[in-house]
Design a protein. Structure first.
Lengths: 896, 245
């Protein structure tokens, strides 16, 4: 029996009416599975009739049963997709006599009320609104009738905390509805098994998967580094191909490219920062053919219906294989047609990366989705949600509900730990084995339905020009900004004067030492495998295997030959190079963002501890730039790299991360989900640096580490690199600075601070002593005296009159002592002053400038100075001795 | 006179004919105020109480001086404070004699103290050193003495070659100009020592205190004489040396 004939007669009629002559292959395969009542994960490119594959058999089920409550939930990650789905499904539902409704954050209150009174059969919604459905008594009752849950674009959710929250929500739903049928619709992923588990937990599911690679035709073009020229290429491509989607990686690029192409009159920009109206208008005009091209960011990757797309341009490397496949998959939106796309490579790294990703895409080597298992903030959020849902609930029941989902490992201690922490922040009460809701919990939940962190923007006000010059992410402000701090925004340096009334007051700063953190948000990281293959390609230089185009082969080969000619080294998958560069060291490692991030942070921690100074780092997929004090060189970084133990990386990072902006940022986000900090909290009330310390040793801190290790850095891959160095599979050499070192946009920046605070104190002491005013007096001829600063004193001070080196160091406020000591007739007291000055001068005679420094310190006289100098210490230890002497002095009566 | 710096407080022991342990700005009960500003913690008073007790046990002083803002909530005394303060005070009294110089947050604190424990808000001299919280004009009797004051919660940030690497509570020491005492004639050099708060939630940058003084006391500070000392007694010097400009 064919799949179509298994459907209810009315559904079959409607299919005919819609004008479908036959079911697609995907539909024919999926429909019987759903009709059978199996859970289904359907993996297919957009535009293959995925939605109908799921919905036709669901419609069949719905019209075969009596109406009651919400019978099917259709969940998508985006409101715009909801809108689209509503348009698409409304027709079917009308024909079949079913009622469909949409409910999400923008739904008006009147509509919501209507839904509560008479629920639609099919509810299209978002994961966040699913959370809200559990909060009302009436809605909860309607949930009891749910028979089908369809999760669209599930690959987008599975790897995020939003997804983990949804997975738990589905288990909470079974408490009301019993077991229901689960259908997931996904783009191509590397690990369908994991995604299926994410949807169904331990339940069995069927998998239907349509291979995508065969339908792809991807070209790579090198368009050079000039932006005007790059835009010219885009314009040409639009002219050649007609309806075109142009994917860019950042909103800034989208705006810049739009700015140049707007004059054509047939191009619009589409990204998340634009208002809903502007975006819908652009989509509609593209669909109608009024404009030829849409410049967009990842927002367009998902299946929003924008009609026919003839061609996709990827502006710059897509960075991930999955992303490329999905983006190019938007082209050729009818069944069985080939999707065509072009990557415009913008530089050398970009080109090689694009070639590698293209090869992988065509070979079907797509990255897997990593689910968040045991995310403590998701657990906290869901425990609070259950407390509100039930009023009070046995811990045992919470554990049972959580344990059915695939996003919780089942660790019972974790649930206790999370609950206890929530109690610390007065979000819930614990009463023996029960979790009890509080008045705060409902309020908390209303503002924490989503696991997406929505960041407040803090305005930056320039005192000098008296205007707001920029806004900063709240997290950046919390983690880093404090009075006196210097930071970069809008390409300029600013010094923080004040943080008050929800804004930061700044003045332009002239200069700052070293590199400063300028947080640029989260970027798409290049995976380890891609970066390794780029390294291999740099080594083999077999560009012919990746591209048939002569100009690409010639450019790439020529680029590397240029490095050879300059007697520099080309870093590859078998060679790590370290180059001294101006203010620091560039380390070339082809290992991708996450592994490089882990390596960079471990190394900078070791270097920072060794030299006692802050180390700045910037990381991309192929290199790390360390900002270092002047006397730390490439050889020092190499020594630390060579001595790094792969086993230790995790531990080092744990210590190192504590002091970073990134960590504090995560900590605040997670603490908010535990109810410790409200979304609109007023940070000026307290010192945030100390607030983050309060989470030491808590489950909040644990979660920050878990997430950082899972999402931001790859400890295992970093350890693999270090192992390869040890086993001599990878060489490490010091090389002259190459174009590869000078090139490169860096994606993330941070500072690693030394473990002791010692160095900052010593730096401050040095600065103070350098600026210290002193009087030098010759104790030989007794006729020369000069006021100066310590910094200006030569190594061996000498009297310009008599040439003697018997020079006494006198504090400015004791200057009159020199005259007293040189009187013809002296009192007892004056004689003692003279003898002290002579002793003072003798120390300078034997120890030179070092004695001058010691003698200019607070409360240090000849006795203490000679003891400090006698201890024969040098460098920082010498200054530590001075600090110790000063500490003793200021405890004494003489200071007070 | 000698001084001992207790880093773990931060706290100060002023040693003259007797040892006086000085602790500033405990702000017990701050949690219920933070709660109103969107930051939720259960009371951490027990921890702060422990901190004070370990300072007392370490220093074995003859007298404990609390430099005001012992409690946090104004103008009302919160339920949290009613519950916690009596027990906390009696745990101190068991170990040492106590004096409290009330601060702007201490309205209603008299009900928890005996009359001899409650000192005048405008300050008094004990064993040669002046004490007050620091939100009011100082009593003329403090003129010519070293004055220990709270209220300002001084804090500093130190930078090394690459960037900022230490943020810490610190002491600020400076000369007071004569007009601080109004009409009465100055009795020699008067200096003020602002103590860091023994509360992990608060801190004002020292440069900010000097730039925008927010109390009668800090407005009389002779800026050129200001010196910074870390909570372990490390001498930092003039605030100018904190950054190179």
């Amino acid at each position: 029996m064919s799949a179509g004939s298994m459907l209810h007669e009315r559904v079959r009629d409607t299919i005919k009416k819609r004008g479908f002559s036959a079911l697609s292959a995907v539909q024919a395969e999926s429909i019987p599975i759903v009709l059978r009542g199996d859970h289904l994960l359907l993996i297919a490119p957009t535009g293959t009739g995925k939605t109908e594959s799921a919905m036709l058999p669901v419609f069949h089920g719905m019209i075969s049963e009596p109406p009651a409550g919400f019978r099917a939930l259709y969940i998508t990650p985006l409101r715009s997709l909801n809108r689209d789905m509503l348009q698409r499904l409304e027709w079917w539902c009308k024909e079949l006599g079913l009622r469909v409704g949409v409910r999400h954050g923008d739904t008006p209150a009147a509509e919501r009320r209507k839904q509560a009174l008479s629920p639609p059969d099919l509810l299209i919604t978002t994961p966040e609104t699913v959370q809200a459905l559990f909060m009302g008594k009436v809605l909860r009752k309607h949930l009891a009738n749910v028979r089908y849950v369809i999760v669209d674009e599930i690959h987008e959710l599975a790897g995020s905390k939003r997804g983990s929250q949804l997975a738990i929500a589905l288990e909470r739903l079974t408490e009301h509805a019993g077991e229901f049928q689960r259908i997931g619709l996904s783009a191509t992923v590397g690990n369908p098994g994991e995604v299926g588990k994410f949807l169904c937990g331990e339940r069995r599911f069927s998998l239907v998967s349509v291979p995508v690679a065969k339908q792809l035709r991807i070209a790579v073009e090198y368009v050079g580094e000039n932006f005007e020229r790059q835009a010219g290429f885009v314009a040409d491509a639009i002219d050649r191909h007609g309806s075109t989607l142009i994917f860019v990686n950042t909103r800034v690029t989208a705006e810049a490219l739009g700015h140049i192409l707007f004059r054509r009159g047939d191009v619009e920009v589409h990204h998340g920062s634009l208002s809903k109206e502007v975006r819908i208008d652009a989509e509609e005009r593209f669909k109608k053919g009024e404009i030829k091209a849409l410049i967009c960011t990842s927002s367009m990757e998902l299946g929003i219906d924008i009609g026919h797309v003839g061609h996709v341009i990827q502006f710059g490397s897509p960075r991930e294989v999955a992303r490329l496949v999905q983006r190019v998959g938007r082209a050729g939106h009818q069944l069985h047609t080939v999707s065509r796309g072009t990557i415009l490579a913008l530089g050398f790294d970009d080109l090689l990366e694009s070639l590698v990703i293209t090869r992988k895409a065509l070979a079907g080597e797509i990255e897997g989705v990593r689910t968040h298992i045991d995310a403590a903030d998701v657990l906290a959020n869901q425990i609070a949600a259950m407390a509100v849902e039930y009023g009070e609930i046995q811990t045992e029941k919470i554990r049972r509900i959580l344990a059915r989902s695939a996003v919780f490992s089942g660790d019972p201690h974790l649930v206790d730990e999370v609950s206890r922490q929530m109690e610390q922040h007065r979000l819930i009460r614990l009463d023996g084995e029960r979790v009890v809701t509080t008045s705060r919990a409902r309020r908390y939940l209303a503002s924490n339905l989503s696991m997406i962190h929505d960041e407040r923007k803090v305005p930056v006000f320039d005192m000098v020009s008296r205007r707001t010059v920029a806004t900063l992410d709240e997290s950046f402000v919390v983690g880093w900004v404090q009075t006196g701090a210097v930071f970069i925004t809008k390409g300029q340096l600013w010094r923080v004067l004040d943080m008050e009334d929800g804004r930061i007051t700044v003045e332009p700063a002239k200069r700052a030492k070293g590199e400063l953190p300028s947080w640029e948000g989260e970027q798409i990281p290049v995976p380890y495998d891609v970066a390794r293959e780029v390294g291999a390609l740099r080594r083999t230089r077999d560009f012919g295997a990746y591209s048939k185009r002569a100009e690409i082969r010639n450019f790439a080969a020529g680029f590397l030959e240029g490095i050879d000619r300059n007697r520099q080294r080309v870093p590859t998958d078998g060679l790590i190079t370290l180059e001294d560069a101006g203010e620091g060291v560039v380390m070339h490692v082809c290992a991708g963002h996450r592994a490089n991030e882990a390596l960079a942070r471990s190394l900078s921690t070791l270097v920072s501890a060794r030299f006692g100074s802050t180390v700045g780092i910037e990381v991309d997929a192929y290199r790390v730039f360390f900002t270092l004090p002047r006397d730390v060189k490439a050889a020092d970084v190499r020594d630390h790299l060579l001595s790094l133990d792969p086993e230790h990386i995790g531990g080092i990072l744990r210590l190192a991360l504590r002091r970073t902006v990134l960590y504090k940022w995560k900590l605040v986000q997670i603490a908010k989900k535990f109810g410790a900090i409200d979304p609109d909290a007023d940070y000026e009330r307290l010192s945030i640096h100390r607030l983050t310390d309060l989470f030491d040793g808590t489950v909040i801190q644990k979660e920050a580490y878990r997430e950082l290790f899972g999402s931001y850095m790859d400890v295992a891959a970093a350890a693999e690199v270090v192992r390869m160095i040890r086993d001599k599979e990878v060489d490490v050499v010091i090389a002259p600075l190459s174009v590869l070192g000078a090139e490169g946009l860096f994606s993330s920046r941070d500072q690693i601070q030394p473990p002791g605070t010692d160095q900052a104190v010593i730096a401050t002491l040095k600065r103070r002593l350098d600026q210290q005013e002193i009087v030098l007096g010759c104790m030989n001829c007794r006729s020369w005296k000069s006021r100066t600063q310590v910094a200006r004193v030569p190594e061996r001070p000498q009297c310009p009159n008599c040439g003697a080196r018997l020079i006494a160091v006198i504090k400015p406020y004791e200057e009159e002592q020199f005259a007293l000591a040189n009187r013809k007739r002296k009192t007892e007291e004056e004689r003692s002053i003279e003898s002290r000055l002579l002793r003072n001068a003798n120390i300078v005679l034997s120890s030179g400038k070092k004695a001058v420094i010691a003698l200019s310190a607070k409360g240090v006289g000849p006795e203490i100075a000679s003891r400090i100098l006698g201890s024969l210490t040098g460098g920082d230890d010498f200054y530590r001795e001075i600090l110790k002497a000063e500490r003793n002095f200021i405890r004494t009566h003489r200071f007070w | 006179m000698r001084m001992d710096f207790i880093e773990g407080g931060p706290a100060l022991v002023v040693k003259n004919t007797m040892d006086v342990l000085v602790i500033a700005d405990l702000h017990l009960g701050i949690e219920s105020d933070l709660e109103r500003h969107g930051i939720h913690f259960r009371s951490r008073s027990a921890g702060r109480q422990e901190q004070v007790i370990s300072c007392i046990e370490g220093a074995d002083p003859d007298l404990l001086v609390l430099l005001g803002d012992v409690k946090h909530n104004v103008p009302m005394t919160s339920r949290q404070e009613f519950r916690e303060l009596p027990g906390i005070f009696s745990s101190f009294r068991r170990l040492v004699e106590m004096r409290v110089f009330p601060g702007n947050h201490d309205t209603g604190i008299d009900r928890f103290l005996s009359p001899e424990e409650l000192m005048p808000a405008e300050g008094a001299v004990i064993d040669g050193t002046g004490y007050l919280h620091g939100h009011t004009c100082p009593s003329p009797s403090l003129s010519g003495h070293l004055i220990c004051a709270g209220h300002h919660h001084p804090h500093i940030a130190l930078q090394d070659e690459v960037g900022c690497s230490l943020r810490a509570p610190a002491y600020l020491l400076a000369d007071l100009s004569a007009e601080c005492f109004g009409a009465s004639p100055p009795a020699g050099r008067t200096r003020v020592l602002f103590l860091p708060a023994m509360n992990e939630f608060s801190g004002y940058d020292i440069r900010r205190i000097l730039r925008d003084p927010f109390s009668p006391l800090s407005r009389c500070v002779v800026k050129e004489t200001a010196e910074v000392i870390l909570s372990d007694g490390t001498y930092i010097g003039l605030p100018d040396t904190l950054e190179d400009t």
